[in-house]
Design a protein around this ligand. Structure first.
Ligand code: NAD
Ligand code: TYD
Length: 340
């Protein structure tokens, strides 16, 4: 079987490609990635020579380019990870989020209709459900929770989900959607909370915690997410949404303290900075459906996964060292320069 993976040079997409090539040696992977600031071809170096793997540097909004790839590769499954994924950048400039996350998804689904596929799987996020209050720990996001977005990022992801469901109903496209909570693990771009704090800690730089650090995220090790997507795209029902999360809620401040502790750095590096605009308070997934229907459960405990992740960043400094010295520097200045 040929599986076309978009966004495979990014964090979750690359982990997914490694997972697929290892677990399904009979399948071929075709990766389509524009290589934006968040995409890194060096991440895929271990598989670039694998005869079961092929890479195309193409924008998912480029209809002609995408159609040519479909014609050439004839994928049976398409899984769409490609997206602009950072909430802070979406607040700075929403337009590219609408372009890639909405228009790009529609181009891919049009290609699926034109060439025929067995499955189009859309990788979505729990952020489409908005947030939950801190004083109601009994509430969780289920697949029936109404969509109620907060940021341009989550709004663009929600729009793509709605469009995917419309293509299912209107054209009968065999679509599935998964909505996962926050991921952590190897190859995450250092603009996101966990790798940013690790990188800053190692450089003895201030650790910028937004607001009071009381916001809660439900963290899942990236490989557990990959396994869930693999199950949903192969065995999940069409026209269905599956939530993915492992009941691992943590306050931001506790994560940052834990990273300081693991790296033997003083908590005095923690600096409280101006809050994110529209900052979601709490995300929490109810994963009952994917557990019941597809027998999925997370395998990595947070206490192990975070230590593994910190170790990975310690062992792979050239990978992220290059990133934090490039375009990222001017982003960092813009974003954090006068936030104190
Ligand atoms: P990422 O930013 O690390 O990677 C995104 C990848 O998409 C990059 O390789 C980038 O080059 C590529 N890309 C961007 N625009 C493109 C375009 N127009 N055409 C082709 N490629 C393009 O993102 P990630 O964290 O790996 O997230 C992957 C997917 O998972 C996204 O759809 C995101 O919404 C979703 N998701 C992420 C998380 C998380 O915690 N990171 C949680 C739930 C869902
Ligand atoms: P992030 O990794 O950007 O993921 P998301 O916003 O999609 O959940 O942020 C995770 C949490 O950490 C979020 O509540 C914002 C917070 N945060 C900080 O406090 N400081 C930072 O420098 C960053 C990047 C995030």
């Amino acid at each position: 079987m040929t599986i076309l993976v978009t966004g495979g040079a990014g964090f979750i997409g690359s982990n997914f490609i490694f997972y697929e090539l290892q677990r399904h040696p009979e399948d071929r992977i075709v990766c389509v990635d524009k290589l934006t600031y968040a995409g890194n071809l060096s991440t895929l170096a271990p598989v670039l020579e694998d005869p079961r793997f092929r890479f195309y540097r193409t924008d998912i909004c480029d209809r002609k380019g995408i159609y040519e790839i479909f014609e050439q590769e004839k994928p049976e499954i398409v899984v769409n990870f490609a997206a602009e994924s950072h909430v802070d950048r979406s607040i700075e400039g929403p337009e590219i989020f609408l372009q890639t996350n909405i228009i790009g998804t529609s181009v891919l689904m049009d290609a699926c209709r034109t060439f025929g596929v067995e499955r189009f799987h859309q990788v979505s996020t729990d952020e489409v459900y908005g947030d939950l209050p801190l004083d109601r720990p009994d509430l969780f996001f289920t697949e029936e929770t109404p969509i109620r977005t907060s940021s341009p990022y989550s709004s663009s992801k929600a729009a793509a989900d709605l469009l995917a469901m419309a293509y299912f109903r209107t054209y009968g496209l065999p679509v599935s959607i998964s909505r996962c909570s926050n991921n952590y693990g190897p190859y995450q771009f250092p603009e996101k909370l966990i790798p940013l704090m690790i990188a800053n800690c190692l450089a003895d730089k201030p650790l910028p915690v937004y607001g009071q650090g009381l916001n809660v995220r439900d963290w899942l090790y990236v490989e557990d997410h990959c396994k869930a997507v693999d199950l949903v795209m192969r065995r999940g029902s069409v026209g269905q949404v599956y939530n993915i999360g492992g009941h691992n809620e943590m306050r931001n401040i506790d994560i940052v303290r834990l990273i300081c502790h693991e790296l033997h750095k003083p908590e005095s590096l923690i600096t409280y900075v101006k809050d994110r605009k529209g900052h979601d308070m709490r995300y929490a997934i109810d994963p009952t459906k994917i557990h019941r229907d597809l027998d999925w459960l997370p395998e990595t405990k947070f206490s192990d996964g975070i230590v593994q992740t910190i170790r990975w960043y310690l062992d792979n400094k050239p990978w992220w060292g290059e990133i934090v010295s490039g375009e990222y520097q001017s982003y960092y200045e813009r974003m954090y320069g006068n936030r104190a």
